[in-house]
Write a protein that binds this ligand. Structure first.
Ligand code: NAD
Length: 463
């Protein structure tokens, strides 16, 4: 089966970059990304590449190269499903906010809606691929919805194969991750469909990196990969607190531990806790599934990874207040970075949201600066619906100088490159004295900052 037309439902952080890389490497395939959000699609189609809805290094170049040739963005969902041989489902899978499983289970409504629309408009044989991260056994639901539409459809000759092909890209390095993946995971039962998908990836990925398995193992593997990554972050964050108390150096400990081949060095940077749309929701889901199967010890184990993440953020707020003579009321703080990590404009579950809200509640005024996050997004994230005064206690800064002017402290929350070499000689002059820097990413050169009169607190080192 040769794939000529691909449709991807969901033009988000996964759908956009993933389809761009497929289009670039498969010029003979027409790839269309569809979405219900017309504004998002308009931004993907904007001639000004600065307006792309997602910031990822290298993405704009691929869009410039492929858009309008074999890569398209559209809101005409029925039409592009009709002409597709293969449909990726790349929609969001948030945590349920109400009803059974609220706060833990995944809300599958967008996946279900996508399945229904595929069932309605697909033509001939269609391969349906789960790209979204889904609870184990979701493929069964998709299959049932699709199969129901194939009854009494002799004239249309509709049929489906369902595959799982979870995405492992990390925001901030998405293009590189997609171009040089560690593995491509495909779960399914239909060998012909699996081979068709393998053939697409084989245009740029070595075949020995493609791992095929059954549907349930594929779905669960993605959830577990995220859980293991988040667990490493929580593990090193507990040790950052121990280092602050004992005088051991967190970066040296992480380096020494990571040099062990059995452990490896990735994901051992202590910081303000993990953010992003995936880790929290996927672990919450793992907790929910484990409880559902009566595996309470398993559920409790993974719940702790989430608890430590919240604890790290809470203790940072307390440390800031304690260091600044026990009160930050009417003090001004420069917030450096609002995205949940460097090289992305994504703020979903960013530690900055919790930390800034708490600082505002303590009475501080914040100057917030992030190279890629817009003022409108920050405003949405920090909205106190029941306290208009707090909504006005921060301002958006367009530059570092702007952010540092007249502040008592600077708080580094995202490890953007430009925060790794701050010019303390100039910046310290803009601040009120005594001036603090709270470095939650361990990127400040402590001696240099101290040389210009800064009082420094750094994660894993303390004061
Ligand atoms: N963001 C990541 O780093 C990442 C990495 C790997 C996997 N994932 C998983 O991929 C999935 C998508 O994540 P994302 O970050 O791209 O989400 P996102 O919110 O950025 O994008 C999802 C898009 O789907 C669209 N959508 C929802 N329902 C639709 C429908 N019925 N028809 C058409 N469009 C619809 C939304 O409008 C939105 O634009 C999630 O399951 C996530 O867990 C995300």
């Amino acid at each position: 089966m040769k794939i000529k037309n691909i449709c991807c439902i969901g033009a988000g952080y996964v759908g956009g970059p993933t389809m761009a890389v497929i289009a670039k490497n498969c010029p003979e395939i027409q790839v269309t990304v569809v979405d219900i959000n017309p504004e998002r699609i308009a931004n993907w189609n904007d001639e000004n590449l600065l307006k792309l809805p997602i910031y990822e290094p290298g993405l704009d170049k691929i869009i410039a190269q492929c858009r309008g040739k074999n890569l398209h963005f559209s809101t005409d969902i029925p039409n592009f499903i009709k002409s597709a041989d293969l449909v990726f489902i790349s929609v969001n899978t948030p945590t349920k906010t109400s009803g059974i499983g609220a706060g833990q289970a995944i809300d599958l409504k967008y996946v279900e809606e996508s399945s229904r629309i595929i069932a309605k408009y697909a033509n001939g044989h269609t391969i349906v691929v789960e790209k979204s991260t889904l609870p184990v056994k979701t493929a069964q639901t998709i299959k049932e919805i699709l199969d129901a539409s194939t009854m009494n459809n002799e004239e249309e000759n509709k049929s489906f194969s369902v595959l799982s092909n979870p995405e492992f890209l990390a925001e901030g390095t998405a293009i590189n991750d997609l171009v040089n993946p560690d593995r491509i995971l495909i779960g399914g039962e239909d060998t012909q469909a699996i081979n068709a998908l393998v053939e697409i990836y084989s245009n740029w990925v070595d075949k020995d990196k493609v791992f095929t398995t059954d549907l349930w193992s594929s779905e669960l593997s993605k959830l577990i990969s995220n859980a293991f990554l988040a667990q490493r972050i929580s593990s090193i964050n507990t040790i950052s607190a121990l280092c602050e108390s004992t005088g051991a150096k967190i970066n040296d400990v992480a380096l020494a531990v990571g040099m062990d081949k059995r452990i490896g060095s990735s994901f051992l940077n202590s910081g303000p806790g993990f953010g992003g749309s995936c880790f929290k929701k996927d672990i919450s889901n793992l907790v929910y599934i484990s409880n559902h199967y009566g595996l309470f010890e398993v559920a409790n184990y993974w719940q702790k990874v989430l608890d430590i993440n919240s604890w790290q953020q809470k203790r940072f707020v307390e440390l800031i207040v304690k260091n600044m003579f026990g009160t930050i009321s009417s003090k001004k703080i420069a917030i450096l970075g609002f995205a949940f990590k460097a090289n992305t404009n994504d703020t979903r579950e960013s530690p900055a949201i919790y930390i800034c809200r708490k600082l505002l509640e303590e009475g501080a005024f914040l100057n917030i600066y992030d190279p890629k996050v817009s003022s409108a997004q920050i405003s949405k994230d920090l909205n106190f619906s029941n306290n208009q005064m707090l909504n006005h206690n921060w301002s958006f800064s367009n530059s570092l100088d702007d952010a540092f002017r007249n502040v008592d402290a600077a708080l580094i929350l995202t490890e953007w490159n430009e925060f790794q070499s701050l010019e303390w000689r100039n910046l310290s002059k803009l601040m009120r004295k005594p001036a603090w820097v709270f470095d939650t990413r361990s990127i400040v050169n402590i001696e240099e900052a101290q040389q210009y009169g800064m009082k420094v607190w750094q994660v894993g080192y303390g004061n």
